[in-house]
Design a binder for this molecule. Structure first.
Ligand code: HEM
Length: 317
């Protein structure tokens, strides 16, 4: 009986330890690697100075990491002879700036080897990317663990730009994220660039009766058609996500309300009263958007996954 009780107690303790081991906290590295955040910030700052496309890439990377197997750095793993990794799946072909995470990891490994996870570095880099673009900043809860699995086929779990509202809602709710999180996190489309292929469906052969999506502002659509003709040969052609593509502001929502968004998934946010009201609130108040964005990205960034700290973000040992 006593042995059974002892076994039960030790099982309970180990399960509690497991839970608390995965709990994130803002001072997670306070003792073990106090200068980790500074090193990441510096790597992001350096890279962004040389390449203005870096911040948007890092923010999107965090989203794509978290939406597959939780925020576990799985998006960073390179393909191997026997495994095609997430980063080589179709929606991730346009992800870039992985070298920034490598640089940051190298710097933290020199300070405190084997302590800081790659997934945490991605979350920190996303925060720094937003702040560097003129957006809000926040304390990032840390303590994520890196995973060992990364499969290109899993990238079909990422919401494509052609999704309608109920598909988006489902994709987010499957990860514990609300429709408010959906509207708020879509505001990340205030920075960055989209290739023609991501919004082609709205500007050519939209449906049987319309060439252009009728919910789109016609002048805006005509401008996009010029950049992205029907038989587009320029693979790198496209558009910035809003008219201030390197600035983290609320112009995305202003344009959204004017029918000047790029994706079906953006326009979908206007198809329900409550989500449209939220978009209007953010269009009218940068502060309301900033405050909500911080809450939602911390929530998205807390999706659990992974079990170890990788030494090299690109490969498992
Ligand atoms: C709601 C569902 C979402 C869909 C369907 C979606 C889809 C897309 C697509 C298709 C692109 C353009 C890719 C290209 O053509 O190269 C893009 C870009 C981007 N997305 Fe999203 N996205 C969504 C949510 C998010 C979220 C939650 C974030 C971050 C919190 C985010 C951040 C970004 C950023 C920053 C870019 C620009 C990337 C760059 O310039 O390199 N997106 N998104």
């Amino acid at each position: 009986m006593a042995a059974l009780l002892l076994l039960f107690a030790s099982l309970l303790i180990s399960s509690l330890l497991h839970v608390s081991g995965n709990r994130l906290s803002v001072d997670y590295y306070a003792e073990t690697c106090p200068h980790a955040e500074k090193a990441v910030t510096e790597a992001v700052r350096q890279a962004a100075m040389n390449d203005k496309t870096v911040p948007a890439a890092l923010l999107r990377m965090h989203f794509h990491d978290c939406f597959i197997r939780g925020c576990d750095g799985s998006v960073l793993l390179d393909s191997t002879k026997n495994n095609k990794a997430e980063k080589d799946g179709p929606p991730n072909m346009s992800l870039h700036a992985f070298y920034v995470i490598d640089n940051a990891k190298k710097a933290v490994e020199e300070m405190c080897p084997g302590v800081v996870s790659c997934a945490d570095i991605v979350a920190l880099a996303a925060r720094d990317a937003v702040a560097l673009s003129g957006g809000p900043t926040w304390e990032v809860p840390k303590g994520r663990k890196d995973g060992r699995i990364s499969k290109a086929s899993d990238t079909q779990l990422l919401p494509p730009p052609t999704f309608n509202f109920s598909q988006l809602k489902q994709s987010f709710s499957q990860r514990g994220l609300s429709t408010k999180d959906l509207v708020t996190l879509s505001g990340a489309h205030t920075i960055g660039f989209a290739h023609c292929s991501s919004f082609q469906n709205r500007i050519h052969n939209f449906d049987a009766t319309h060439d252009i999506d009728p919910s789109m502002n016609p002048t805006f659509a005509a401008r996009l058609q010029k950049v992205c003709p029907k038989h587009n040969k320029a693979r790198n052609a496209g558009s910035t996500m809003d008219s201030t593509g390197t600035k983290f502001d609320n112009v995305y929502y202003k344009m959204l309300l004017e029918g000047k968004s790029l994706f079906t998934s953006d326009e979908a946010l206007l198809t329900h009263r409550r989500t449209k009201e939220l978009a209007s609130l953010y269009a009218n108040s940068q502060e309301a958007f900033n405050e909500a964005f911080v809450k939602s990205i911390i929530k998205m960034g807390s999706l659990p996954g992974g079990q170890e700290v990788r030494l090299n973000c690109r490969m498992v040992r």
